[in-house]
Design a protein around this ligand. Structure first.
Ligand code: HEM
Length: 218
């Protein structure tokens, strides 16, 4: 009697999506996020969020740059996703030209950035961090942009972070990105590590929101 074939391992993109669904709901419903999105805060809360994102993306894009020539991880690195220059432009608009002296980075954001660096050069870990941020920016980020325009009088300037001029159709790009994730062909242990790290990335995001929530109340 021949052995039954093992169930095929789920594609990484599906594993990440299903496995982080509850974390996503939790992040989306963090009080700071809800308050910011409903217009209950002010522009300084948005500016503070942008400042925290700077250190997170500096870490993510530093690790990504080092992975660019990696046979396995390289295909996950896309120039058109690069966010640090856009964040710097936003900060110059929001804080003024002396923004580097004026922003304040919260310990939770430093911890998040440190975790991204600490897991380099692991491809499953980079995949988890890049997935969590970039696919989020291309999805909910677009809703965030509209709400910031509506509630805080921003129009393009200050919102460069959410604009991907080289990605005209987010859905097409996200599908291609998911194919790259799936093409990594992670083994079972690596896939489990990637999911655990993506869940951790969501928790690190929530910790930043919680700290921002202490600083900005309706
Ligand atoms: C204002 C808060 C948020 C809103 C309104 C929001 C909304 C959404 C929506 C509508 C999608 C589905 C898009 C689609 O199916 O193409 C999505 C996907 C996603 N979001 Fe969010 N989101 C928010 C916050 C976050 C945060 C804080 C993170 C993580 C840092 C995040 C990470 C993701 C990821 C990774 C996906 C892709 C899921 C997948 O297809 O695998 N989101 N978001």
């Amino acid at each position: 009697m021949s052995a039954l074939p093992a169930d095929p391992a789920p594609a990484l993109s599906a594993l990440l999506r299903e496995g982080t669904r509850a974390d996503h709901t939790a992040a989306e419903t963090e009080p700071f996020v809800e308050h910011l999105m409903s217009g209950a805060l002010d522009r300084s809360a948005y500016a503070d969020l942008a400042a925290q994102q700077l250190v997170v993306y500096q870490a993510l894009e530093e690790v990504g740059a080092a992975m660019r020539d990696d046979a396995r991880g390289g295909p996950l690195v896309f120039d058109e996703l690069t966010r640090v220059p856009a964040i710097e432009r936003d900060l110059a608009f929001l804080y003024g030209e002396d923004w580097r002296d004026r922003i304040r980075i919260l310990p939770a954001a430093r911890e998040y950035a440190a975790r991204i660096r600490e897991t380099a050069p692991s491809v499953p870990h980079y995949a988890a961090h890049a997935y969590t941020r970039y696919l989020g920016d291309l999805s909910g980020g677009q809703i965030v942009r509209r709400m910031m325009e509506r509630h805080y009088g921003l129009d393009g300037a200050g919102l460069a972070f959410y604009a991907f001029p080289e990605i005209p159709r987010a859905k097409v790009f996200k599908d291609a990105y998911r194919e790259r994730l799936d093409a990594l062909l992670l083994d079972e242990a690596e896939a489990a590590a990637a999911l655990a790290e993506a869940r951790r990335a969501f928790r690190l995001n929530r910790a930043v929101f919680a700290a921002l929530g202490q600083a900005h109340r309706p």
